[in-house]
Design a protein around this ligand. Structure first.
Ligand code: SER
Length: 578
């Protein structure tokens, strides 16, 4: 089956069941500054899952383009992708478990023609927050799934959401399909031959800012079916790159490459497809937020082009093939995309070759299995290698990087540029000028001061934008701040600056950070290991940095404006004077 057919079948089926098709929304979330990309079909629907009225009604269906970068290191294997399309349908406070499970069964068996004996079902096991989902299990059984094919799993497996820190979520029931040879008697979710193809989430809870699960006003259904993964399963392929939207791209890269590195080919195809769709949102490669993810995707693809021994600039050839594959479904701003890809490739191309030479030379003389942090830093600052790329290079040679030394160099360099009174520290990738670094540290102090003065621990960053002149900080709070409060906040921040507190960071697992109650606005952007920045005992936050080493470097903190940013979100603009 082809991708177009599956999508059409799905949409038609739900339309027949009185659903309205809604748009395939932008990849850039409109009202959620805490998340860089749309990660699921439900994402743009959050206000409606919470009870707002949707103009298209209560039964919705669509195809949604999504980006998930959490598993980016896994890309190159059989089925991890950063960009994918998701089929989804929703009940906004209308039908619930019974009707949804009936429709799921009908679609899988009667529309897709799947073998009922090869379908496995998982349901939520129950815990202190919500009861065991016996209703779903009973329904599946009644409809014809044998008991041995229905299992109960804990929250880690059978609970979905919220997409950010708070919001709609609930237990889910997941449908798996067996891809092995002999039809098994029982369903075992740990056996990789069972592939998850559809997820029905029963969103009747809202996780609030205190981490509590409260019942929502309405009981919703949110389902998601990954297009590529489902097609892989339906067609009996052993990897997603056989699917009709990805296969031509693999063939194209195969024609260009002179080496047979499967993983590199897949990384290029995946990354350039994601990059094309991000560029189509008018995002340009840059050093911040979505633009930085875009830059890393393109640069990593280029590096893997080298591994395939491609001697020329090749990105645009793949991108043109992507236009071709999706031309009947998506409208691309071809000129802009090709121009931007071309520019980024040109920018990185020469630096990459030189940097790779530096790397190769360096490892020739290595005495132990550790790459000097100074070299990693040089590759970063002079050749624009994201640290993760150098890490990947090192890993391929079974080496580790001295990250501490890297950080030290980073600090030293900043110190140098500071004494030289250079206005801007050009690190190659991130904007780490002294001004923005100081303002960045100031936002940490500001957040803690806001929590204290407004006596609200749930306050968190909803957005941050720093220029050389000022910081702009968005946070959740429901009313205007008074003059008195603003004065107190300023005072608190300045007290910490005057105390000359040391700033340091530690690396720990995200799990450990969470156990310690440390959070940050962009948790999901980070991998397993995270950096926690400490400003003495005053503030601790998950953050990628960079920061000053002591608060005495900040100067005088002054709030210049306080205003509303959006519903329930306030915005402060502040500067650092001398
Ligand atoms: N939100 C759920 C998921 O992403 C169902 O769509 O799997």
């Amino acid at each position: 089956m082809k991708s177009y057919e599956l999508k059409k079948k799905y949409i038609e089926f739900f339309k027949k069941n009185n659903h309205k098709e809604i748009v395939n929304a932008s990849l850039i979330p409109e009202n959620d500054p805490t998340v860089l990309f749309t990660t699921a079909g439900m994402h743009p629907l959050v206000p409606f899952l919470l009870g707002e009225k949707h103009p298209a009604g209560k039964r919705l269906v669509n195809v949604q383009k999504c980006i998930r970068t959490g598993d980016i290191d896994e890309v190159g294997d059989e089925f991890h992708l950063t960009f994918f399309e998701m089929l989804g349908n929703w009940s906004l406070g209308e039908y619930f478990k019974d009707e949804m499970i009936e429709m799921s069964f009908d679609f899988l068996i009667n529309e897709l023609g799947l073998d009922i004996e090869r379908i496995g079902i998982s349901c939520f096991k129950g815990d202190k927050d919500a009861a065991k989902d016996l209703e779903s299990a009973k329904k599946w059984e009644k409809i014809g799934i044998k008991k041995g094919k229905i299992i109960f799993l804990p929250k880690s497996e059978n609970w979905w959401g919220p997409a950010g820190n708070t919001g709609p979520c609930g237990p889910d029931t997941e449908m798996f399909y067996y891809t092995g040879e002999k039809t098994p008697k029982e369903f075992n979710n740990e056996d990789k031959k069972w592939v998850e193809i559809w997820n029905d989430v029963f969103m009747e809870y809202n996780k609030n800012k205190n981490g509590k699960y409260e019942k929502l006003k309405q009981r919703n259904v949110d389902t998601g079916m990954g297009v590529e993964r489902t097609l892989m399963t339906l067609n009996g392929y052993d990897n997603v790159y056989e699917v009709d939207t990805l296969k031509p791209l693999i063939l194209k890269i195969e024609r260009l490459s002179r080496k047979n590195e499967l993983r590199s080919k897949r990384i290029i195809v995946d990354h350039l497809r994601a990059a094309t769709f991000i560029l189509n949102e008018k995002i340009e490669p840059s050093n911040i937020e979505q633009g930085y993810v875009l830059r890393r995707l393109i640069r990593r693809a280029i590096r893997h082009g080298r591994l395939l021994d491609i001697k020329h600039r090749f990105c645009s050839e793949i991108v043109k093939e992507i236009f071709e594959v999706y031309k009947s479904e998506y409208k691309f701003d071809e000129r802009f995309i090709l121009e931007q890809i071309g520019k980024e490739e040109e920018k990185f191309d020469r630096a990459l070759n030189q940097g790779l030479r530096v790397f190769e030379n360096e490892i020739k003389n290595l005495k132990n299995k550790k790459l000097n942090g100074e070299i990693a830093f040089k590759l970063f600052s002079s050749y624009g290698f994201p640290l993760e790329m150098t890490e990947e290079l090192a890993k391929e040679k079974k080496l580790k990087i001295d990250k501490e030394k890297f950080e030290e160099e980073f600090e030293k360099h900043r110190e140098l540029s500071r004494t030289a009174a250079v206005g801007k520290f050009k690190s190659g990738l991130a904007d780490h000028s002294i001004e923005t670094t100081r303002l960045h540290t100031a936002t940490h102090l500001l957040l803690q001061a806001l929590k204290e003065v407004l006596k609200d621990k749930s306050i968190m960053q909803k957005g941050s934008n720093i220029t050389h002149e000022r910081l702009r900080f968005d946070f959740n709070f429901s009313r205007k701040l008074t003059e008195g409060e603003l004065k107190k906040i300023e005072q608190k921040v300045n007290e910490q600056i005057e105390k000359k507190i040391d700033v340091h960071w530690e690396e720990m697992s995200l799990k450990k950070a969470k156990e310690k109650g440390i959070s940050g606005a962009f948790e999901h952007k980070y991998g397993e290991m995270v950096k926690v920045y400490f400003i003495g005992d005053y503030s601790k936050e998950l953050c990628a940095g960079p920061h000053v080493t002591n608060t005495k470097e900040l100067g005088k903190f002054k709030i210049v404006k306080e205003e509303s940013s959006s519903a329930g979100v306030r915005r402060i603009k502040a500067i650092l004077g001398n």
